[in-house]
Design a protein. Structure first.
Length: 84
């Protein structure tokens, strides 16, 4: 059975499927995680599927502007601390 994709997905999440049609990862998630944790994982999967706005700029010279480097370094620190 094919499930139609929701419009706007950039990267559709596809679970591994056995020859018999089972989905071991999905089954494990349902059997092992609490409802709250399943919701969190589902949200993370949706984030990957639909993407998030990404900062970018067009580099017109050999040097990266100081403001862009500062923003990138700040985002890296947040990422390393596990902050959104």
């Amino acid at each position: 059975m094919n499930v139609p994709e929701k419009p706007g997905k950039r990267v559709p999440a596809i679970f591994f499927r056995t020859e018999g049609g089972g989905e071991p990862v999905r089954d494990w998630l349902k059997a092992t995680l609490s409802a709250e944790d399943r919701k969190r994982v589902g949200h993370d999967i949706m984030t990957v599927e639909y993407g998030r706005p990404v900062h970018g700029f067009i580099k017109k010279t050999g040097r990266t502007p100081a403001e862009e480097l500062s923003l990138a370094r700040g985002n890296k620190k947040k990422h390393e601390k596990g902050l959104p």
